[in-house]
Design a protein around this ligand. Structure first.
Ligand code: HEC
Length: 141
């Protein structure tokens, strides 16, 4: 500020004004960046819930691991947005699969083990016990 005093009152006021505007501008810019980050963070799916928060028992939690390893890349579990396959949200409360087939263990087993159109078959990848665990988990969706 000492340097500005030398310019006389008019210039000093202008310099001061510019100083304020610059401060204001960077404050606005800074808050815009903050808001942008917050919006981005909100877009990401809400933080992953733990098994306990979802109320999963041990078998369902094991099924969740199978799901995460094999299914999640194509079926987002808790969102209605399909990734590479239809959303399986609320599968446990649905009566019909997207194809119109009824939701039951036999149908699900067929779809999972034999695959379907663009969905790969998991026979040979998912063992018997894993399949049972997965089926119990699917019903919690
Ligand atoms: C490579 C992507 C991919 C993976 C991995 C995948 N799916 Fe799919 N899934 C699809 C596609 C695509 C469809 C739609 C197929 C159709 O109806 O033609 C589908 C359909 C389904 C359906 C509905 C079937 C119907 O009759 O409507 C179920 C249930 C399903 N998948 C469960 C699973 C499970 C459980 C896993 C994990 C073991 C899994 N998917 C892994 C892509 C995938």
């Amino acid at each position: 500020m000492g340097r500005i005093v030398w310019f006389g009152p008019r210039l000093q006021a202008r310099a001061y004004w510019q100083f304020i505007m610059r401060r204001l501008f960077s404050a606005v810019l800074f808050s815009m960046v903050l808001v942008a980050f917050a919006a981005l963070a909100a877009c990401k799916a809400e933080p992953r819930k733990t098994d306990a928060e979802l109320g999963l028992n041990e078998q369902q939690a094991r099924g969740r691991r199978v799901y995460e390893a094999q299914c999640e890349r194509c079926h987002e579990p808790y969102s209605s947005a399909g990734v590479h396959g239809p959303s399986l949200k609320k599968l446990g409360t649905r009566q019909y699969l997207p194809s119109g087939m009824p939701v039951n263990d036999d149908r699900l087993t067929d779809v999972i083990m034999m695959g379907k159109a663009k969905m790969p078959a998991f026979r040979g990848t998912i063992g018997d016990q894993q399949l049972q665990d997965l089926l119990t988990y699917l019903k919690t969706l």
